[in-house]
Design a protein around this ligand. Structure first.
Ligand code: MN
Length: 568
């Protein structure tokens, strides 16, 4: 909702009063662009409103430059708007004095800067949201500044604010900040990119806009009403990074423009996937289930690439509103949903959250409401990250960020809980090591897994990270429960050996969906040496008779060779 609407709704409320106060305080001041200064705090507040922030934060956003730039005493802010607003304005003002040197910095120095920033911010996370909204508007109006200052602000944004947003899980904002900084930091590369991709971008955008109604129609025909379908262009800064990895061959980047479909529930995500595969054949090996297997940063969505009308490939992402908000607003979304669900975050979601964010929130709770002992907090942060972090690498080159003295077990759980649970051994830089081996930065770690294996109680002796320890405990507990005879979750795993026919995935998922079963994950596997590739499908089902009926139907699909199943 726009600030002007919020003011209309409650003309004497906190936001309305803050807006009038700020406009008056900044009266006669102008931005470098020539615009009245008040436009800047107003834009900052608009962004905060779009992030679903509370009234106090939005009011503080309107007032954030009054103390620094108009000489309004903080006491006046407190008297007029209360303690909370004054606290946030003061936090943002203090951060204004944080000087980023903007010279070439070694990573250690950069981490140190980021750490200082986080310490300042962790008193109240809402300060960071205001600062980020403030920076977003400054970046949007950067062209008005003299070139030397442009470069400094862009560098600071790229090295401090974008990583900070990323650390907070605000991936969309992080990407946007990087994109805004990109032309100022790499003008030549930016020019090249525009010259070489604009036409293709525009053609792809036009194509997807044209397809949108078709997708909506197909989904509605199966009683799925999408909450939204958006066409989404890949950011220039990340496209550039991807092109560097692909020898600058634009034809090899499939996801330059993607379609995002937002539906109401997780079962609808899988159903929509099945329906789309029924309408357009999927490209093999490009179906990614980040709902069953979230990315290490917590990202969830279904991805697929299909051959659309006119034989053109299109990438489609399917997610719920909650997943979408998490992707866009990060920590802010967690707060939003926490509030909606009456303060309770589900255990599963908590486990999926970044350790970093968990810790930040823990500290915030821990240190708010008591006289902040800076030394103690500093120590806590030093122990937990930045200072003592290691960066180990998967064989595929993904970096895993862990506290020092972490072991292969920690590494395995950070890759995925299932990898951790089934871990039986580890190789570090090619050599077998014991599971309590202490990893070092730069180690290439390969986890050896064995299906059906369970974690050992002994791991709790050396596992270092909260994520690993929590998962080990959960796995031990559920095993004890099974031993105690309680019912396991109602899931059935189907292993379907199939012909190498590209549309078979679509036929299988469509048939299962038509039979009102919920698919919770779908993996296509083509291991070397096996006669047929197979689909591994998890279905929410535990009734043997129903499963066998479903299997009989699946066997009528041409190309299905064998089906085995087990109830989990
Ligand atoms: Mn400002």
């Amino acid at each position: 909702m726009l600030i002007s609407d919020l003011i209309k709704k409650d003309p004497t409320g906190l936001i309305a009063r803050a807006a009038r106060f700020a406009e008056k305080a900044h009266h006669g001041q102008f931005r470098k662009s020539g615009e009245p200064y008040f436009k800047h705090p107003l834009a900052t507040a608009e962004t905060l409103a779009a992030w679903h922030m509370d009234d106090v934060t939005i009011a503080a956003g309107l007032l954030h430059d009054t103390v620094e730039d108009t000489g309004t005493p903080l006491e006046t802010i407190e008297k007029e708007f209360g303690k909370d607003v004054a606290f946030l304005v003061n936090g943002v003002t203090k951060l204004g004095h944080f000087k980023y040197r903007g010279e070439k910095q070694d990573p250690k120095h950069q981490a140190e800067n980021l750490r200082k920033m986080v310490i300042a911010l962790s008193e109240d996370l809402r300060v960071v949201f205001i600062k980020l909204a403030d920076r977003l508007h400054n970046m949007n109006t950067l062209a008005a500044l003299p070139p030397a200052k442009q470069k400094r602000v862009a560098l600071e944004t790229d090295e401090i604010y974008a990583p900070l947003a990323y650390r907070l899980g605000m991936y969309d904002l992080s990407g946007e900040l990087q994109d805004l900084a990109f032309p100022f930091l790499h003008p030549k590369e930016h020019e090249w990119l525009i010259a070489h991709t604009r036409e293709q971008y525009e053609a792809r955008l036009a194509y997807l806009e044209k397809i949108k109604p078709d997708i909506e129609r197909v989904l509605r025909a199966h009683d799925i009403v999408p909450l939204g379908i958006e066409v989404r262009a890949k950011r220039y800064s990340s496209l550039y990074k991807k092109l560097l990895r692909r020898n600058m061959e634009i034809g090899r980047v499939y996801d330059m423009v993607a379609l995002r479909i937002i539906v109401a529930t997780i079962p609808e995500c899988y159903a929509a996937l099945g329906i789309i595969h029924e309408a357009w054949p999927p490209v093999p090996r490009r179906i990614k289930d980040y709902i069953a297997m979230p990315k290490p940063n917590g990202y969830r969505s279904l991805h697929t690439t299909v051959i659309g009308p006119e034989e053109k490939t299109m990438e489609i992402q399917i997610r719920t509103q909650e997943m979408h908000d998490e992707d866009q607003y990060g920590v802010a979304a967690h707060w939003l949903y926490k509030e909606k669900n009456g303060g309770a975050i589900s255990g599963k979601k908590l486990a999926e959250e970044l350790t970093w964010v968990q810790q930040l929130k823990m500290w915030q709770d821990h240190f708010s409401g008591q006289s902040t002992d800076t030394a103690e907090m500093l120590q806590a942060m030093k122990v937990d990250f930045f200072q003592h972090r290691i960066f180990a690498v998967t064989p595929r080159g993904d970096v895993v960020d862990l506290p020092a003295e972490s072991t292969p077990v920690d590494f395995a759980y950070h890759v995925h809980s299932e990898v951790g649970n089934t871990c039986v051994g580890a190789k570090v830089n090619g050599a077998l090591v014991p599971l309590d081996h202490k990893l070092k930065s730069g180690d290439i770690v390969q986890i050896l897994t064995q299906k059906g294996k369970k974690p050992s109680e002994d791991w709790l002796r050396f596992a270092k990270t909260t994520i690993a320890r929590d998962h080990i405990r959960i796995a031990l507990r559920s095993r004890n429960k099974v031993l105690a005879g309680s019912r396991p979750p109602a899931h059935c795993e189907l292993k379907i050996a199939v012909d190498n026919r590209s549309s078979i995935v679509k036929d299988i998922s469509a048939l299962i969906t038509r039979n009102h079963a919920t698919i919770t994950s779908f993996h296509y596997d083509d291991p070397k040496g096996s006669r047929y590739p197979f689909d591994r499908v998890m279905v929410q089902m535990s009734d043997k008779a129903k499963i066998e009926k479903l299997i009989a139907k699946l066997k009528t699909i041409p190309g299905v060779k064998e089906i085995s199943y087990r109830i989990l």
